[in-house]
Write a protein that binds this ligand. Structure first.
Ligand code: FPP
Length: 257
């Protein structure tokens, strides 16, 4: 099914703007905050969980589109360390949705060479979900296609705090000297490890904030916001975000040559 994407007879013909993309400058790492599920559902008189279910469908589409466009890594924010504050009913629904996703999607992801990773405090999740996550990661670990990072029980501050603790322990045991601590030491102890920083960070739903997502890694990410809620976010919006990204002048604090 995926093979049809962007082939002459496939979906690409429905996204004419794809021709405006420079294939040599595709963002290597795209991050997305899958926001607006609740508002999308409520606008239609549905309960919020319908929005989350629709959100899974969009994730499926965007994983395929990103993969076919040549994006190397996609990181999607699915559940933050702050989302536990939501009513138990919604939290439980989301946890079962992650579990269901792993049951139903892993085979197709694997067939399409997607390497799935979870970032966040996975050890705080229910044991059966942890096992499914471990199995999915192990199953797809050798895959060479898109790296799909799902951020679950993830928080940027918690991630940095965790990295600081790991580093402090190494200093305490004498494994590491204070003067040898660099940006790289911190970077390497984040959940994203050696993955390059996101080039492009997308937030749908109209809210203009980062919400504790990839705080360290997004230092020089290009931000792209849209009023569209995540359940309405289509591959053409990803294409538009990439076109806009390619128009940006990225200087990383330097000056233009
Ligand atoms: C934010 O929208 C969305 C979430 C907290 C959950 C995101 C989860 C999914 C899209 C499910 C798919 C994920 C996987 C990994 C299967 P919101 O609920 O805060 O919406 P609102 O801001 O309109 O209330």
């Amino acid at each position: 099914m995926w093979k049809k994407w962007f082939s002459k007879s496939g979906e690409v013909t429905k996204i004419p703007e794809v021709d405006l993309i420079d294939p040599t400058r595709i963002p290597q790492h795209v991050a997305v905050i899958m926001d607006g599920n609740g508002r999308w559902a409520q606008k239609q008189g549905l309960i919020r969980t319908f929005g989350h279910r629709a959100g899974v469908e969009r994730l499926r589409d965007i994983v395929k589109a990103a993969s076919r466009l040549g994006v190397k890594a996609l990181t999607a924010y699915a559940f933050s360390t702050e989302n536990w504050k939501r009513p138990d009913e919604e939290v439980n629904f989301l946890m079962s949705l992650f579990s269901e996703y792993l049951d139903t999607e892993i085979e197709e992801l694997h067939q399409n060479q997607v390497k799935i990773r979870f970032i966040g405090k996975i050890d705080e999740l229910a044991l059966n979900l942890q096992h499914k996550i471990e199995n999915a990661q192990a199953r797809t670990s050798e895959n060479t296609g898109l790296i799909l990072n799902l951020a679950v029980n993830y928080g940027g501050r918690a991630e940095i705090t965790r990295a600081v603790k790991i580093i402090a322990e190494k200093v305490q045991t004498g494994e590491l000297k204070i003067e040898d601590i660099s940006d790289n030491t911190i970077q390497n102890n984040l959940f994203t490890g050696e993955l390059p920083d996101p080039d492009l960070l997308i937030r749908p739903s109209g809210d203009l904030r980062i919400s504790n997502f990839l705080l360290w890694q997004s230092a020089y990410s290009e931000l792209w916001f849209t009023d569209i809620n995540w359940p309405d976010f289509k591959p053409e919006h990803l294409v538009q975000a990439i076109i806009d990204f390619q128009k940006r002048d990225r200087r990383f604090g330097g000056i233009k040559k």
